[in-house]
Design a protein around this ligand. Structure first.
Ligand code: GMT
Length: 375
């Protein structure tokens, strides 16, 4: 198949999923065309079947807001026609799904019928999409896509709860590449971070309010009061300054490291004992799955799609959003006994295997074929 993929090119979850999906489809022989405003971060090595088409335009002084959606629709039309795409798969509803609808209608006038598949990722539904300014457009674009998938049952339900949806939504869970996310021997590195064999807790995110990174710090304080440990904070974003100030106020600054954005996150996960994800909302929690693949148990909130990946009492524990005491108690329970910790680590890996990319990829291929055949 000739497949177009539209996504955000940044390190965010939806862009990572879209890029890894495209790379895996290309590995299987499909031709994959990425359409976005800059090269996707995970598109880091040459692959013969992968093509990248940049959406670029010169902004005119009249425009306070650059009309990206219009430029994107125009670029989609161009690529669909000239690369003879069989299907266009857009990730994250805003503005990709409505731009795709516009492209589809333009092409319809020319006698070309391109199926549009929209994948909903989370904040496009649970946070941003609900804004009254976006909501009618998101509703229309979902109802008028040829196919719609959501990355968890929970997100599917949120979509029905928040919008007037008149169609089916298919759940296709996110996936993990176990060739990349695998626990590698990084003991030399572990010794640098934890020279006295302290336990290592880790959190990775975009440091937005919805991630509740401050809860990670308070959980760490409670753990650190009982067990010698270190905390690695990976990522960057608007809450970083606030979180740094909280670190200073709790007095364990020397045990907390801010590592900023890191490409090889699997190398950091390889030395970690516990992953902490206390998010307010999390439609799937790809970061938790990446941790589990590297044999790191997860202390998380029980929001959104997290119960679909983190098995309470087996791969980690879940608590109500904001219940720092419960998260701390569970973290200590896992870390205080070496045999128990090792059992949780093994369980985490076993669960991650359920989401192996080669199990999930055929679901997308089959889903595309439902619509490509009709075209
Ligand atoms: O978490 C974010 O803010 C990034 C966001 C995105 O769209 O890039 O992530 C969402 O999509 C990921 C991939 O499907 C999911 O794993 C995340 O759970 C989801 N984030 C939220 O629902 C907050």
């Amino acid at each position: 198949m000739n497949i177009g993929i539209v996504c955000y090119p940044t390190f965010g979850g939806s862009g990572v999923v879209a890029t890894e999906l495209g790379k895996a489809l290309a590995d299987k022989g499909h031709h994959v065309h990425f359409i976005t405003y800059s090269e996707p971060a995970r598109l880091d090595a040459f692959q013969p079947n992968v093509f990248y088409h940049e959406v670029s335009f010169e902004n005119y002084a009249l425009f306070q807001y650059p009309p990206y959606e219009t430029a994107l629709a125009g670029r989609m039309v161009d690529i669909i026609k000239y690369e003879k795409l069989d299907v266009l798969h857009v990730h994250y509803a805003i503005p990709h799904a409505s731009a795709a609808y516009m492209a589809k209608m333009i092409l319809k006038d020319e006698g070309i019928d391109i199926p549009i598949i929209t994948t909903l990722h989370g904040t496009d539904i649970t946070l941003v999409g609900k804004d009254p300014s976006f909501s009618p457009v998101v509703t229309f674009a979902i109802n008028h896509s040829d196919g719609v998938t959501a990355v968890s049952q929970s997100l599917k339900q949120d979509t029905y709860d928040n919008f007037k949806i008149t169609r089916d939504i298919e759940v296709i869970h996110n996936f993990i590449d176990l060739k990349r996310f695998i626990k590698k021997d990084k003991n030399h590195f572990r010794k640098l971070i934890a020279p006295n064999n302290e336990k290592i807790l880790i959190h990775t995110s975009n440091f937005r309010k919805v991630k509740r990174v401050e809860d990670v710090i308070y959980v760490f304080k409670n753990v650190r009061d009982k067990i010698a440990s270190k905390l690695l904070l990976v990522g960057d974003g608007p809450e970083r300054n606030n979180v740094e100030n909280i670190c200073r106020s709790i007095g364990y600054c020397e045990d907390i490291r801010f590592l900023g954005k890191q490409e090889a996150v699997e190398e950091l996960l390889a030395i970690a004992d516990l992953f902490v994800l206390p998010s307010e909302k999390e439609s799937f929690g790809l970061a938790a799955l990446e941790a589990m693949a590297c044999e790191v148990p997860v202390i998380s909130s029980n929001t959104g799609g997290l119960p679909e990946i983190n098995i309470h009492g087996k791969t980690g524990f879940m608590s109500n959003v904001g219940d720092i005491e419960d998260m701390s108690k569970n973290a200590i329970y896992i870390l205080e006994d070496e045999d128990r910790l090792n059992q949780f680590k093994a369980n985490a890996l076993a669960q991650a295997k359920e989401f192996e990319i080669h199990k999930i990829l055929p679901k997308y291929e089959e889903y595309y074929m439902r619509f490509v055949k009709k075209a």
